[in-house]
Design a binder for this molecule. Structure first.
Ligand code: ZN
Length: 91
């Protein structure tokens, strides 16, 4: 069910854990008042583990800086997915 479930809006990557859950990488805002995405957020859906990677600002624009944060979040997701055995709760 997890691999077939729809990707939430803003999801840029998804990893399947050994426990059968997913780790989703999304673009998110760091603070409630932020109007543009400025962090890459990785969240495991099987356990509470997550990480944030802040984007680098380039010429005052946050949206040019996501590449490094995405690869950091994806690297975390990859290594978490390899070891996380928590199973997703049935819906
Ligand atoms: Zn996990």
């Amino acid at each position: 069910m997890t691999t077939q479930s729809p990707w939430p809006e803003n999801t840029v990557a998804r990893y399947l854990t050994v426990g059968g859950a997913t780790v989703d990488i999304t673009h998110d805002t760091r603070y409630v008042g932020d109007t543009q995405p400025n962090v890459s957020h990785a969240q495991c859906n099987g356990c509470p583990a997550y990480t944030h990677s802040g984007w680098a600002a380039h010429a005052g624009r946050w949206d040019n800086g996501s590449a490094g944060a995405d690869s950091a979040a994806c690297a975390w997701a990859q290594s978490h997915a390899e070891t996380c055995r928590a199973m997703p709760k049935p819906a």
